[in-house]
Structures are given as C-alpha cells and as structure tokens.
Ligand binder design. Sequence first.
Ligand code: PAF
Length: 287
Amino acid sequence: MMQIISTVAELRLALNNKSNTGFVPTMGNLHAGHIHLVNLAKQHSDCVVVSIFVNPLQFGVNEDLANYPRTLEADCEKLKAAGCDIVFTATVREMYPQMTQTAEGTQLNQSMTIQPPDIANDLCGASRPGHFAGVATVVAKLFNIVHPQTAFFGKKDFQQLFIIRELVKQLNYPIQIIAGETVRETSGLALSSRNGYLSDAKKQQAAQLNQALQTIAQAIQAQNFEFDSLENAAKTKLNAAGWQVDYVTVRSALSLLPATPADRHLVILAAAKIGNTRLIDNIELSL
Ligand code: PAF
C-alpha cells in the first residue's frame, strides 16, 4: 500500500525503521522520465520515497512558479502503478515553516541556504540567478528529512546533477547519487514537465534543440574540435528557426568548464526558449 504523507513528522515516523531507502525528489507533473527514476530506485532500495514539492526558492521572480503544472492526483496514480512506497507531498509552509505572508507577497525567510560552487552561476545559473542555491537548499532539507541511502536524479538536468554530486561530496552526505538517462519522445525531444506548455506544432519543432546537439556530437566524433564554430553554427540555426537561444556549449563532463580538445568526456548542453517556454537538453560524449 502506497502511503501519501504531507508532514515532516509523519514522514520521519514512517521511515523510522527503514535502512535502505531510495529517494526520488520531484516537482510533480510526473512523466516517463520520473517513472524511470522510480524504477531505478526500486532496483536499489527496499523502500522508495518520492517527494512532490514545487520549490519556490528555486524560481526567479519572473519565472513560472504560479503556472507550474500541479497534477497531484494523476501523479499519485502513476506512482502507485510504479510501486512507490511513500509519496511526500509537503506544503510550502511545511518545508519553510518560518515563512510569512503579507500584502506584498510570500517571504520564505529561509536565511540558512546552501551556497553552491561557482559553476552554479554559469550555464542555466547565468540567466537564473539563485536557482541552484534554491535547488541545493531544498535538496539538502529533503535529504535531512528522508535520510535516504540512495537518491536518483535525471541526466536531463545535467548541471543540477553536477551540483547535487558536489553537495553530497562537500557536505559529506552518506548518500549514493544515481543518475537516470534522459527519456525522450521518438522525435528526440527530452521529456520535461515544461513540454506541457507547448502546442502540438511547437512540440514537433522543439525536437530541433536535440537535433542541434546531435549535429555537434557527430561533428566532434568526426574529429572536428572547433567547438566555438560548432556552437555558433548551432545557435545561428536555432535562432533562424525562431528560437531564442540562451546557450549552446561544449563542456568537459567532469568539470562543466569549457571543453578543450584534450578532454575525452564531453557534454554538449543547450538552453533555449521556444515562445515563452524555456527548454534544456544535453548529450554526453566519450571519445
Ligand atoms: O529537478 C527537479 O525537479 C527539482 O529541481 C528538484 C531536484 C526536485 C528540487 O526541487
């Protein structure tokens, strides 16, 4: 029987005698990518906990916090079918009990936060200031509540995965981080809750982002290490097709710093807007 728990105290009680907990943190609106992580968690753990919490701390003022899709009932059905043991559905007040609400809006008052490494200010962090501090802080809080032995994150959010690995390493969390492969539509489009903002036509067009990364990957595999010109060609093509490109970049998959021809393990990352929807994707490449 899957339990749905919404308070920290009840969750701690339910997990009291568990010694092999696998944890999948999510913001809900679950798709096959999330279920893939739940399936991985089931292989590695005796008890699978999935959190569903749209974390205000990781959204910027002009971002989609208010509109972020919330589909709790359907999410719980999917998790039940996938064999999840516990769903943690905290409210904002439960996660940020010190919050205050005034006519001006909500203040979370989370004055203790995790300061992520400098790479958090690059790539997605450059256009989303504070985003990864918000992610690292809520993940640290969730780790302290759930005490999992393993935790599961998707590779689609490659920079997030990198920062979570640093969090665990630098703050000595006794947690093994396991990465799940990106799940894609047949068009190549990476599954994302934000795909729900797209019309069918825009969804078809959205596959261009992955195609741009594939083109770069093929060129690199054919020994073209002119990363700047590969990136620029991809940006020009996407912009001409109606995207607003944030970045297309070839990085070392080990450091996330700009790649050099000596790097053997690369990741090609992109973020771009199609209409008002910001999508990200990446491809890893070992030479
Ligand atoms: O990837 C997400 O859904 C979120 O960033 C996470 C890890 C659940 C933290 O809120």
